[in-house]
Write a protein that binds this ligand. Structure first.
Ligand SMILES: Cc1cc2nc3c(=O)[nH]c(=O)nc-3n(C[C@H](O)[C@H](O)[C@H](O)COP(=O)(O)OP(=O)(O)OC[C@H]3O[C@@H](n4cnc5c(N)ncnc54)[C@H](O)[C@@H]3O)c2cc1C
Length: 456
């Protein structure tokens, strides 16, 4: 009788490396085996073996975003990077740190804090999200306007290829890339080109003062227009985020915000969060200036929040997308030019799914809008939802977004819909180049097969 894949991997890598499959699922596919290597040689051996046997390998960090992307063609082996969780090097004077890919973002920030520094990469669920996962996804958070995407802070990387060979790109010096900047290629490639094992980041000093403003507006579009004015003013917020009333009510109910009265009445108001940090005196002056701008731009009320409460609300806004996704039938992330964010959001707000309009979270500085349509009535299982209405809604959003030359990614939908769509949207002209890059890096197509754009 043929041995199971777990038995074969135990023979190859050692029994202690093979874990029970447990509850791990990727788009409702149960993998055949889960491995948790403890050294790089084991990852190399796994990749070489998988390439020669045409077995798919799905890298996994914290598993918080394993549903992102198209449904995988196959899911043979999940490669858990959790054992690669060490801080390899930290040079406070040079403001650089090298870390293994399985370390969580929260642990990394804790390790850097005694040196008075932090890495400005933002992540939801930072106690579970790993350095490798955040780099592979490549998304930003509510302070993207100030910090940009994770790749901006990446100066070096070690990646294991499907031939089992480790390659280094960049290094530990802030300006050191010779030739093509491969760091930028790996960041956001969703684990389809190689397994990230180590990364070096440049760091920033922790600001002494944090503060935020919370302003209510009659509509989301009003708050986005005001947020855009604020972003371009000398008050210089680090970022702004506008949310619809359903999102702010969820925030008010959350334990993190329980002690903070958000001043929400019964009306359907939209809230704008504006985040500030820097030196104490300058931050206070900027908060005052920003409050005056928001009132002049039509805010009904403006609250000022400082210290730990401001940090708690920033954490909540950062964590909100996965929290809200739990109750949603469909989640889409739209990206447009920031000047078009208010119009795009207003047009999308009328798109109804199962009788419900979407809740929205939008960043007027960066031009991203997340749309959450709730699950239908009491239906808890997304299997019982008809795919056609969901596909129609996706199509309507894409039509709006096309008018503003943006893009719309389906971040979450029922599997019955997902098997019938391209979650990443229309193919760019560069798809053929991307396919040849994938073929060069992963000729047997074993890494996260089918998950990326165009079935890469
Ligand atoms: C609905 C939703 C929305 C979110 N939105 C955002 C957001 O906008 N911004 C944000 O920062 N966070 C967001 N998050 C949080 C996100 O979970 C984390 O930011 C992070 O990207 C995932 O880290 P992870 O370690 O859990 O990755 P995992 O979920 O384990 O993996 C994510 C992807 O990266 C690949 N991968 C993981 N590790 C490696 C590695 N070492 N080498 C190669 N590939 C690897 C996986 O194969 C997978 O495709 C969101 C989460 C959810 C559920």
């Amino acid at each position: 009788m043929e041995s199971s894949l777990s038995d074969r991997l135990a023979g190859l890598l050692g029994g202690s490396v093979v874990l029970p499959v447990g509850e791990i699922e990727i788009d409702e596919i149960t993998p055949q085996a889960v491995v948790r290597p403890v050294d790089r040689l084991q990852i190399s051996e796994l990749l070489l073996w998988a390439s020669s046997e045409h077995m798919s390998v799905l890298p996994r960090g914290g598993g918080t975003r394993s549903g992102l992307g198209n449904v995988p063609r196959t899911a043979d082996v999940v490669l858990d990077l959790g054992a690669f969780n060490q801080l390899v090097d930290y040079q406070p004077a040079d403001m650089t740190a090298t870390v293994e890919a399985g370390m969580t973002i929260a642990t990394l920030q804790e390790r850097l804090a005694p040196g008075g520094e932090f890495v400005p990469i933002e992540s939801a669920l930072h106690g579970r999200s790993t350095v490798g996962g955040v780099l592979a996804v490549g998304a930003g958070g509510p302070l993207s306007y100030a910090y940009g995407l994770p790749r901006e802070w990446l100066i070096g990387m070690s990646v294991l290829g499907t031939n089992g060979v480790s390659t280094k790109s960049g290094g530990k010096v802030v300006k050191n890339v010779t030739g093509y900047d491969l760091n930028k290629l790996y960041a956001g490639s969703l684990g389809t080109l190689g397994v990230i094992v180590e990364a070096t980041f440049k760091l920033l000093p922790i600001d002494p003062q944090n503060g935020m403003l919370l302003a209510s507006f009659p509509t989301l579009s009003d708050s986005l227009a005001a947020g855009r004015k604020l972003i371009h003013s000398s008050a210089s917020p680090m970022g702004c985020h506008s949310v619809t009333s359903g999102v702010s009510r969820r925030l008010q109910d959350s334990t993190q915000a329980a002690s903070q009265d958000l001043g929400l009445g019964d009306e359907d108001t939209a809230l704008l969060f504006a985040f500030f940090s820097g030196r104490s005196q300058a931050t206070r002056r900027r908060l005052e200036e920003a409050a005056a701008i928001l009132l002049a731009e039509g805010a009904d009320a403006v609250q000022r929040i400082e210290g730990p409460a401001a940090k708690g609300l920033l954490r909540w806004i950062t964590d909100a997308p996965p929290l809200l996704s739990d109750d949603s039938a469909l989640v889409m992330k739209v990206s447009v030019q920031s000047k078009s964010s208010a119009k795009t959001s207003a047009e999308c707000s009328d798109i109804v799914l199962f009788g419900e309009k979407p809740q929205q979270m939008a960043d007027p500085g960066f031009g991203t809008i997340r749309l959450f349509w709730p699950k239908y009535g009491d239906i808890q299982s997304t299997h019982s939802m008809e795919p056609q209405p969901i596909m129609d809604t996706i199509q309507q959003v894409r039509q709006v977004v096309a008018r503003y030359e943006g893009s719309a990614v389906v971040e979450q939908c029922p599997i019955t819909t997902k098997t019938q769509i391209e979650v990443w949207g229309d193919y760019p002209d560069s798809l053929a180049i991307m396919q040849s890059i994938k073929n060069r890096f992963d000729p047997n197509g074993i890494l996260n097969p089918g998950r990326f754009l165009g079935g890469i």
